[in-house]
Design a protein around this ligand. Structure first.
Ligand SMILES: *Cc1c(COP(=O)(O)O)cnc(C)c1O
Length: 429
């Protein structure tokens, strides 16, 4: 495309996509194949030595997946991206180049339930650990770090508690500590928040949610801002020191701002194999074409439904940063001016039991463990997604036992309100 910078609405359709060189096909084809013919033995050797960029084998690179990587990197304002098999895979892949056994991250207490579990239990098997802190207490974030801390991890719009993180403030702390700030931008999407513009180093997504948008495809992606100096303080030897598996190549020296992305593909995908399938990349590309249109409707509907719930006497509280009653409303307006997302929780008179009755009584809302679908979704986090957490962790994450979480879809807002009205009548009657 030309040098004039294009708007988001144009880039979400065109970035990373070009007519297929073989056929002229306008939509990005699904390259449903495993391997690519080398021009000759010399070409093959150059590809394997990372002296030339090209396609070898679809665990590493695939043209459909590459189109998605380029599109998301462009929308986030990053230099490169690595697509993965799921959002959880993206989190492991994001940490992998940074961490060695004995290293740790400082993570927000307000995270997706599965992430809390992944960080509190599973990463320990790699010798990594996470220290969870309340990210409103910046002094505590800084104090939680030690010489082996390799990243700060938080979500832009946190799920499920109606909380938004102050990314510029966290970026300042990360800068003082000399570590990257990783932002999970799943719930905001680059339409509502571009973490790199606010000082973040890396972005991860579960593309399963708003990016694919239709509830069809599990996937994830890691995007690099290209701005971090991986040689600083000798903290990140995987990126700055010779890589034995590539004849002593140093990623930072060889690839400059693309070091982290190339490491993600050439070492991460090669050896961990958490690769996105071409069909899922295709579905995700299709979804992204309408991202801004959907997000506008998601947010407008969320505001309408949240305002209606807040006025309802059967509801004891609504935690949505898009409402003036939220303690995070000022921060949301300052840092997320297009809206505070479409996920929030509300508490029902009658507590845990009423919540369970409510999720059984809805008709348009679907009771599922997902978010970011065109369809409106409901879940009682405390008995499902956040069930493995301790009561303290549930509370910190905003998954209180008397609250249900809504992921507001793009249907007619009045229909959503009528559905909640009849379900609340059954749940509290
Ligand atoms: C869903 C989700 C994840 C995990 O992604 P999967 O694609 O389900 O592996 C991580 N973070 C957030 C904020 C999510 O919503």
């Amino acid at each position: 495309m030309s040098e004039t910078p294009h708007g988001f609405d144009t880039l979400q359709i065109h970035a990373g996509a070009r007519p297929d060189p073989a056929t002229g096909a306008r939509q990005t084809p699904i390259y449903q194949n495993t391997a690519y013919v080398f021009r000759d033995a010399e070409h093959a050797a150059a590809l394997f030595n990372l002296q030339e960029v090209g396609y070898i084998y679809s665990r590493l690179t695939n043209p459909t997946v590459s189109a998605l990587q380029e599109r998301v990197a462009t929308l986030e304002g990053g230099v490169g991206a690595v697509a993965t098999s799921s959002g959880h895979a993206a989190q492991i892949m994001a940490l992998f180049p940074l961490m060695r056994p004995g290293d740790n991250i400082v993570a927000s207490t307000r995270l997706y339930g599965g992430t809390v579990t992944q960080f509190s239990h599973t990463i320990k098997r790699f010798g990594w650990s996470a220290t969870f802190v309340d990210c409103d207490d910046l002094a505590a974030v800084e104090a939680a770090a030690d010489a082996n801390t390799k990243a700060i991890f938080a979500e832009s719009i946190a799920n499920p508690g109606g909380y938004v993180h102050d990314i510029p403030a966290l970026a300042e702390v990360a800068g003082r500590l000399g570590v990257p700030l990783i932002i999970d931008n799943t719930s905001a999407t680059p339409w509502l928040c571009r973490p790199f513009d606010q000082g973040a180093t890396l972005v991860v997504h579960s593309t399963t949610k708003y990016l694919s948008g239709n509830g069809t495809s599990v996937g994830g992606i890691i995007v690099d801002s290209g701005r971090f100096d991986w040689t600083a303080a000798g903290k990140f030897p995987s990126l700055s020191e010779p890589e034995a598996a590539y004849h002593g190549l140093k990623f930072h020296e060889t690839f400059g701002p693309m070091a982290y992305t190339f490491h993600g593909i050439a070492v991460g995908l090669r050896d961990l194999g958490m690769t996105m399938a071409p069909m899922n990349a295709f579905q995700t590309l299709l979804g992204i074409e309408t991202l801004s249109l959907r997000m506008e409707r998601h947010v407008a509907n969320a505001v309408k439904v949240a305002e209606w719930l807040e006025r309802d006497p059967r509801v004891t509280r609504v935690t949505y940063a898009g409402l003036p009653s939220s303690p995070y409303n000022d921060r949301a307006q300052r840092l997320y001016p297009k809206g505070a997302g479409a996920l929030f929780t509300f508490a029902v008179k009658g507590g845990y039991d009423a919540c369970v009755r409510l999720v059984d009584a809805v008709e348009i809302f679907s009771h599922v463990a997902n978010l970011g679908d065109t369809r409106s979704l409901i879940i009682h986090s405390a008995s499902t997604t956040h069930r493995q957490l301790t009561p303290e962790q549930q509370k910190a994450a905003g998954a209180d036992p008397d609250a249900v979480r809504l992921s507001i879809g793009i249907e007619d807002a009045d229909d959503l309100i009528r559905d909640l009205d009849q379900a609340l009548a059954k749940a509290t009657g």
